[in-house]
Design a protein around this ligand. Structure first.
Ligand code: HEC
Length: 135
């Protein structure tokens, strides 16, 4: 009986961690290195900034740019189409950013589709993360 109680307590303690968004399994620096290596480039923050601010085509009419939701200033609070606030992307004001690989992959997937109608390339991911990490 004692063992069962222990097992249940351990399961309950483990459950919230398994579903937390901030899994802390990586860092911005590690992700930048990973995408840069995949692309065979050195990540460039200025190119990432231009990509982030650019008006793209191929995506949704109301989301022509990353800045449509994240605003033109990554240090500012953005807003999703639903009206929900989006915490700043700049690592200097939001150090929890880019620490959960699955979360990053999920949102690159959705956001790149909304803005470009396609996946972002490894080059685009490395550069835009380098931009967020640089400011
Ligand atoms: C339709 C609104 C919208 C657009 C457009 C958008 N995003 Fe996002 N983005 C979000 C939301 C909502 C989240 C998840 C909430 C959060 O992270 O605070 C998010 C999260 C992210 C994340 C994950 C951040 C993390 O902490 O791991 C990345 C990376 C990202 N966006 C990059 C981009 C890039 C690059 C573009 C342009 C190609 C873009 N987003 C365009 C709404 C948007």
């Amino acid at each position: 009986m004692r063992r069962l109680a222990f097992t249940l307590a351990a399961l309950c303690a483990a459950a919230p961690a398994a579903f937390a968004q901030d899994a802390n399994d990586t860092s911005a620096a590690a992700l930048i290195s990973k995408f840069a290596a995949e692309a065979g480039i050195t990540a460039d923050a200025e190119t990432g900034k231009a990509f982030f601010l650019a008006t793209q085509s191929g995506g949704g009419a109301d989301t022509p740019s990353c800045s449509s939701c994240h605003t033109a200033d990554p240090k500012a609070t953005g807003m999703a189409r639903t009206g929900k606030e989006i915490a700043p992307m700049a690592l200097s004001v939001n150090p929890k950013r880019f620490t959960d690989t699955a979360f990053v992959d999920k949102w690159f997937g959705r956001n790149c589709d909304s803005v470009l109608g396609r996946e972002c390339t490894a080059t685009e991911k490395a550069n835009v993360l380098a931009y967020f990490a640089s400011i």
